[in-house]
Design a protein around this ligand. Structure first.
Ligand code: FNR
Length: 188
């Protein structure tokens, strides 16, 4: 693939709607895009004392992000914010100071909830951190979805949301193509 997308899912739950959503969404992408979920569930809790001697899982996380041309965040909302596991991963890969691997990686942010406002607040909190981390993040269309009725029997995006999410994917693809140069240059 010409473009490798690192997928960061904010839920560790076995039957996570957000992980299912990440898989279904990836199927709407063109063949030159590949999507791989990066592992964040085994990271230690971030502790600044360990900056000089990071755990292997942290080195792996930073390598996975460095190798990516773009980022896709697919997250639930926990108590009107970003789940701790996702924030922990953001913090790990942003350090030591001056050695963040997030910078200039084009990103998309989406999420699925069982609740009425479908992760809108969590996504705003995440966008705050991504702006600080110098991550160019697709603004529109915003994707706040309820899990109920989202998927068809094969785990694909169902009829109801198919056109909307295909449009989202087309814009995400264009966004990555437009911004990926910066991240590629940086990683050389
Ligand atoms: C939730 N849930 C939730 N939903 C929401 O829309 N806004 C919220 O603030 C919260 N808060 C919250 C806190 C905690 C600790 C849990 C476990 C859950 C419900 C959430 O949308 C639901 O559990 C989803 O199924 C979580 O996504 P995954 O795990 O299915 O991807």
């Amino acid at each position: 693939s010409r473009y490798r997308i690192a997928v960061v899912v904010g839920s560790l739950r076995r039957n996570s709607f957000n992980r299912r959503f990440a898989h279904a969404l990836a199927r709407l992408a063109p063949p030159e895009f590949s999507f791989e979920q990066i592992k964040i569930g085994d990271l230690p809790l971030y502790n600044q004392d360990d900056d000089d001697d990071p755990a292997d899982q942290v080195k792996r996380l930073k390598a996975d992000i460095t190798a990516a041309d773009g980022l896709l965040f697919v997250t639930p909302e926990y108590n009107r914010s970003v789940p701790g596991v996702l924030k922990n991963a953001l913090d790990h890969a942003s350090r030591p100071y001056g050695e963040s691997v997030w910078k200039d990686k084009p990103a998309g942010v989406v999420g699925v909830s069982v609740g009425a406002i479908g992760t809108a607040v969590a996504q705003q909190h995440l966008r705050n951190s991504l702006a600080y981390l110098d991550v160019p993040t697709l603004g529109q269309p915003e994707v706040f979805l309820k899990a109920d009725g989202l998927f068809d029997d094969d785990g694909n995006i169902g009829e109801g949301r198919r056109a909307f999410l295909q449009d989202w994917m087309d814009r995400f693809v264009a966004w990555v193509e437009r911004h990926a140069g910066g991240a590629k240059r940086e990683s050389r």
